[in-house]
Ligand binder design. Structure first.
Ligand code: ADP
Ligand code: MG
Length: 349
């Protein structure tokens, strides 16, 4: 179902956990909500679920105002990081729970429940585990049960709050691939919360990046990674370098260094230049940014350098192939680097 937030906000003790936020999730979309801890992701999810009342704004489900509806009335499927499956119930009964606890008039017959749960067990590849109890399952299997349980009620939207957060890295990667395929088959409108950028970029068509209770950027994976809309997004997604300097008339300059960089879209004043480690290369001739090699590491055909730039607090990280740098530089050697791609953003408090 199509979900729309119109200027929805939430405060705790006068502090905004979610600033006035608008968001549209089209029916059938899989959207990742990505941000650091405390950025308001869970708050946003709980507001959509109806687990938390909004302070301002409206929430629409399928074009209808659902702001005052309860969790049950919204028919939302929810999976948390530590999802409490009922420990005394079998896998089958856990999945059937949402259907069995419907009011009598809306409750499906036992035969229908059986059919539905068996279908879901197949879907999450746990048919052989129907009579086991949660304690007899791995963490990944438990989260698949939790997902089947959320899907059993034919949810209007699936809200997944760091569902794989407690699992080890390998299982997480498998499960997110699996979830992606499952979504392609079932087409549930899904909002997936994570603080893991790789997970978000790998899983979703659309990534909504949050920071401090606000949406910083909303776009596809290529856009948020390749065309970050703010310094925060650039720094948060992928590895990055920051150089602090000043912009004047669309030109960025560093203190103590004569080289300048274009910064057409940045207003005059203090500014940060961001560049990814793999967008640094060796400069030809006497051009480029002059730095001193501080650290050299070599791994699997790649060379990682840490460079000291005069006047800069942060070291500059540079990743190049051995082909590009056949002579391994030594510590203390001068080096001149080119920036193939960079972005400049004004410094804000
Ligand atoms: P995230 O899920 O991105 O880690 P949350 O939505 O849980 O972030 O929290 C956003 C902000 O709201 C945080 O600053 C958090 O401390 C605050 N917050 C969340 N829940 C409560 C609560 N029940 N009472 C007071 N503050 C809260
Ligand atoms: Mg959270």
């Amino acid at each position: 179902m199509d979900i729309r937030l119109e200027q929805v906000g939430k405060r705790y003790d006068g502090l905004a956990a979610l600033q006035s936020t608008s968001l549209h999730i089209a029916s059938g979309q899989l959207v990742a909500l990505l941000g650091p801890s405390g950025s308001g992701k869970t708050t946003l999810l709980r507001l959509i679920a109806g687990l938390l009342p909004v302070d301002e704004g409206r929430i629409l489900f399928g074009g209808k105002d659902a702001t005052r509806l309860s969790l049950r009335e919204r028919r939302v499927g929810f999976v948390f990081q530590h999802y409490a499956l009922f420990p005394h119930m079998s896998v089958f009964e856990n999945i059937a729970f949402g259907l069995r606890s419907r009011p009598r008039a809306l409750r499906p017959s036992n035969a229908e429940i059986e059919r539905k749960v068996v279908e879901l067990l197949e879907l999450v590849q746990l048919a052989a585990y129907r009579d086991r109890h949660p304690a007899q399952l791995s963490g990944g299997q438990r989260q698949r049960v939790a997902l089947a349980r959320a899907m059993a009620i034919d949810p209007t939207v699936l809200l997944l709050d760091e569902p794989f957060g407690a699992l080890d890295a390998k299982v997480r990667i498998e499960l997110r691939r699996w979830l992606r395929e499952l979504h392609d088959r079932t087409g549930f409108t899904t909002l997936f919360v994570t603080h893991d950028q790789e997970e978000a970029l790998d899983l979703a068509d659309r990534v909504v990046v949050m920071d401090r209770g606000r949406i910083e950027q909303d776009g596809n994976a290529e856009q948020v990674y390749g065309e970050p809309a703010s310094a925060f997004v650039f720094d948060f997604l992928g590895r990055s370098n920051r150089l602090r300097g000043d912009v004047r008339d669309g030109v960025f300059s560093l203190p103590d260094i004569s080289v300048t960089f274009p910064a057409a879209d940045c207003p005059d004043g203090q500014a940060d230049l961001f560049v990814r480690p793999h967008d640094l290369g060796l400069a030809a001739g006497n051009n480029g940014l002059r730095a001193e090699v501080d650290e050299v590491r070599r791994l699997a055909g790649r060379i990682s350098l840490e460079l000291a730039v005069p006047g800069q607090e942060r070291r500059l990280l540079m990743d190049v192939s051995e082909r590009e740098l056949p002579l391994l530089p030594r510590r203390g050697e001068p080096i001149a680097v080119d920036l193939r791609r960079h972005r400049v953003f004004p410094v804000t408090a």
